[in-house]
Design a protein around this ligand. Structure first.
Ligand SMILES: NC(=O)C1=CN([C@@H]2O[C@H](COP(=O)(O)OP(=O)(O)OC[C@H]3O[C@@H](n4cnc5c(N)ncnc54)[C@H](OP(=O)(O)O)[C@@H]3O)[C@@H](O)[C@H]2O)C=CC1
Ligand SMILES: CC(=O)N[C@@H](CCC(=O)OP(=O)(O)O)C(=O)O
Length: 344
């Protein structure tokens, strides 16, 4: 498998390299950066010394890079993948985009929430939440890899929507992310003194992951779903904890809730069910492609509360992207992804 990464100097690009170093079938043929062209990746990320000595090329060489690759991961800020995606598929390679450009079935939803024109509307992209869209991913040419908050939140609520156990429009999601979720580029909001010893909600009632969660849960329900989603920035480097609330439909029992999770996920390697009463923690998924899920029922309020934990850079980005690559190329889905989480 010849693999290239566009935007290899970012956190998700780095994480792709880290994971692919132990993938038995992947060979990195090209990595790109616009700002650090010519540098060796191990100069930018010294922890990758002895794993990679590749030098960074830039997007002027995109046609050659694509022609030499079976698959190209795009790890650029949203808005930059569409033109690159067109060129890559024209050269016969598959695309896995880690940003948002290919995540929406209805590109007008993307245009509305991202305030950008969609310039590759004809792409028949597949939404790459692997556990829920595996069949479509198998035959995809372009995969829109999900966002990090969305991966944790959709996986938490999908069983309850699928089995019609919660009132669809009662869902509220309160999620917390480590600072690497904001990427590597410098910004006031991710400045150490702004983040350290503080927790802050942001983009309330307007975060762009809201329509992505609504799209996936709505497809499972077979009807439009509206949710409330509130993200928080917390002073850790990696990890997302998503706490999701829903009102149970009349007469739904705790056993039905338990069965919903086990029936959808019992065969899923990357989903670890902690059961009713379980407490997922970001520490237990750090560095791994696992999504841990626990659920609780509050009989006083008749609500179910589902908690999920992932590593935003792995199951929330690069790990799921590698999982999708494995599915697209008919490889064993776990290849390159079986490292235990980093602990403590
Ligand atoms: N961080 C996370 O947890 C997650 C991120 N994502 C998504 O993945 C994508 C990459 O994220 P992340 O790795 O965190 O981002 P970073 O900010 O860490 O890296 C961005 C990369 O894009 C390149 N880049 C930046 N601006 C431009 C530009 N104008 N033209 C071309 N290249 C550019 C940078 O390269 P250089 O400056 O060297 O040229 C760098 O390689 C984003 O779309 C993000 O939303 C998805 C899920 C989770
Ligand atoms: C902490 C933080 O800033 N997180 C990012 C989400 C990261 C992500 O998954 O973004 P994409 O949908 O663009 O891929 C944010 O809230 O914008």
């Amino acid at each position: 498998m010849k693999v290239s990464i566009i935007g290899a100097t970012g956190y998700t690009g780095e994480e792709l390299l880290r994971l692919l170093s132990s993938h038995p079938q992947a060979e990195i043929v090209a990595i790109t950066s616009e700002s650090q062209t010519g540098a060796a990746i191990s100069e930018i990320y010294p922890h990758l010394q002895k794993f990679y000595d590749n030098k960074l090329v830039n997007m002027q060489q995109l046609d050659e890079v694509a022609a030499a690759s079976d698959v190209v991961f795009i790890a650029l800020p949203h808005g930059h993948a569409m033109e690159a995606g067109k060129k890559i598929v024209a050269k016969g390679a598959k695309v896995i985009d880690l940003g948002a450009d290919y995540r929406f079935r209805d590109t007008s939803v993307y245009e509305k929430w991202y305030k950008l024109p969609h310039t590759h509307k004809e792409a028949k992209a597949v939404y790459g939440l692997t556990e829920l869209y595996r069949k479509e991913v198998q035959s995809a040419t372009i995969v829109g890899n999900p966002g990090c908050y969305t991966t944790a939140s959709i996986l938490a609520m999908a069983p309850l929507i699928k089995l019609q156990l919660v009132e669809e429009n009662s869902i509220m999601i309160d999620a917390k992310s480590g600072v690497s979720g904001a990427g590597r580029s410098l910004g006031l909001n991710s400045h150490f003194t702004e983040v350290f010893e503080s927790v802050k909600a942001y983009n309330i009632a307007g975060h762009r992951h809201t329509p992505e969660i609504e799209q996936a849960l709505g497809e499972i329900a077979g009807k439009e779903i509206l949710i409330n989603f509130t993200p928080h920035l917390i002073p850790i480097a990696r990890g997302i904890l998503s706490t999701c609330y829903g009102t149970l439909k009349s007469g739904v029992t705790a056993a039905q809730v338990d069965d919903a999770f086990s029936s959808l996920y019992q065969e899923e390697y990357f989903i670890r069910l902690l059961g009713r009463g379980g407490y997922p923690a970001t520490k237990n998924t750090r560095g791994s492609n696992f999504c841990d899920i626990g659920w609780h029922i509050d009989s006083r309020t008749n609500r179910v509360i589902v908690v999920s934990a992932i590593d935003n850079l792995v199951k929330g980005a690069a790990g799921q992207a590698v999982q999708n690559m494995n599915v697209m190329f008919g490889l064993e889905e776990q290849l390159g992804l079986t490292q235990p989480p980093l602990y403590p």
